[in-house]
Design a binder for this molecule. Structure first.
Ligand code: 1GP
Length: 244
């Protein structure tokens, strides 16, 4: 199989934009996997699976159910080391760079090695940056770290660049699942200008206009979770331009 990361680079290189739909296993009804997958818009390019805290083995069951119904790449977006499922295609190996809690910078990562060292999962080092989305989110609560204020654009840009300099292959700007407001276009645009690795943006993207604004500002991939769970995204109309 082609490397998921190389495929992302190649698609971005040819001017495409990517949409990842996030499934939180704890909120997902496996018996409705087929209906959920069929309902996804044609611009969906990836499925992310993960949550801040997921019941043991639920991630594995969700990955298996989803893989049966789609050929889209399935990428783990784990809240912790228990959410590693071999049946997925790749894993975002996240470091929470906005925080100063060693457990989420390197602790969970070291403990996951026993499971990952013989794994066939493609591991993609990802700099994960939590940005204030207007309310306390699960990442903030569980990691015990504070998000960076949206006003502090310079710190966000420097954090993203520090991630790139440390060898991360992706930067993920996260406003938190169900955020009141998404990462601003100014932040997306300034981070995009600063880094030369793919930029993922997620949290609080509720409709097609938010998605389009993030794409135009410079996001290479946008992640949408809650608005697919509620159906809000699908009712929000069509994209104005062709992105894929
Ligand atoms: C959260 O970025 C994702 O980790 C998606 O957020 O649920 O708000 O779409 P939403």
């Amino acid at each position: 199989m082609t490397s998921i990361f190389k495929d992302i680079i190649s698609k971005i290189g040819s001017g495409k934009k990517l949409l990842a739909v996030l499934i939180d296993p704890d909120k997902f009804d496996e018996s409705k996997t087929n209906i959920f997958i069929q309902s996804l818009p044609a611009i969906t390019t990836h499925i992310f699976i993960g949550g801040s805290s997921v019941e043991i083995n639920k991630t594995q069951r969700t990955v298996q159910a989803v893989k049966k119904e789609t050929s889209l790449p399935v990428i783990l977006f784990p809240g912790d080391e228990s959410q590693i499922a071999e049946a997925a295609d790749a894993l975002l190996f996240l470091s929470l760079l906005s925080g100063r809690n060693p457990e989420y910078l390197i602790g969970q990562q070291v403990r996951s090695v026993k499971q990952l060292k013989d794994s066939t999962l493609e591991i993609i080092p990802t700099g994960y940056i939590l940005i204030d989305g207007g309310k306390e989110c699960a990442v903030q609560r569980i990691s015990g770290t504070l998000p960076i204020s949206q006003i502090d654009v310079e710190t966000i840009v420097d954090t993203a660049l520090a991630g790139q300099f440390s060898g991360k292959q992706l930067i993920y700007l996260e406003a938190g699942s169900g955020a009141n407001y998404a990462v601003s276009e100014e932040i997306i645009s300034k981070v995009k200008q600063a880094v030369n690795i793919p930029l993922i943006v997620g949290g609080g993207i509720k409709n097609v206009s938010h998605l389009e604004a993030a794409f135009i500002a410079g996001a290479d991939m946008v992640v949408v979770g809650t608005a697919f769970e509620t159906g809000e995204f699908l009712q929000s109309g069509r994209l104005k331009a062709q992105y894929i």
